[in-house]
Design a protein around this ligand. Structure first.
Ligand SMILES: Cc1cc2nc3c(=O)[nH]c(=O)nc-3n(C[C@H](O)[C@H](O)[C@H](O)COP(=O)(O)O)c2cc1C
Length: 150
């Protein structure tokens, strides 16, 4: 059994829907999951955390959703050593935003890596235009991701 924190970055709920699906699949696999809708370093207990998943959309012109900005700012300002953490990213976006496709997910990925955290597998980039059911795709992705984590 793995203890997994799922962090959500969302403006209009799609990334939350994906996070809920990830939680459901992982709990079906008997893992212990905590969902963080307002990610916060203290609540996440980063010093003792080992595995995290981030489900984050992009808004504005390649910007982070408001609810995950304080957490990202904390990491950028404090640069905690997260080399004991392995993580995965589901980045939600829309290909019609050519220049900034999934930029927020890419930014969260870079911020975590900058603190030494180790990404497992590829970032899963979800295009709202071609993937109308992102939670269904995420269910398959996370099963594969868990195999890579093992
Ligand atoms: C105002 C607005 C701006 C957006 N800007 C971007 C963007 O810059 N890049 C991108 O890849 N997707 C962008 N999107 C698409 C969203 O990321 C996508 O619809 C996503 O599924 C929304 O997830 P959420 O409901 O969790 O916020 C934008 C959507 C809206 C409504």
């Amino acid at each position: 059994m793995t203890d997994i924190a799922i962090l959500v970055g969302t403006e209009s709920g799609n990334a939350q829907m994906v996070a809920d699906a990830l939680q459901e699949v992982l709990e079906e696999m008997s893992h212990a999951v905590s969902l963080h809708e307002e990610p916060c370093a203290d609540e996440l207990d980063l010093a003792n955390r080992e595995v995290m998943l981030v489900s984050c959309s992009t808004h504005g012109d390649g910007e982070l959703p408001d609810n995950i900005i304080p957490f990202c700012d904390f990491l950028k300002e404090n640069k905690p050593d997260l080399s004991h953490i392995r993580y995965g990213i589901v980045a939600l976006g829309d290909q019609t935003y050519h220049q900034t496709f999934c930029q927020a997910g890419k930014d969260v990925d870079a911020i975590l890596a900058d603190c030494g955290a180790v990404r497992i597998g590829d970032r899963f980039e979800v295009d709202a235009c071609t993937q109308p059911l992102p939670d269904e795709d995420a269910r398959d992705w996370v099963k594969d991701w868990m195999e890579q984590l093992a």
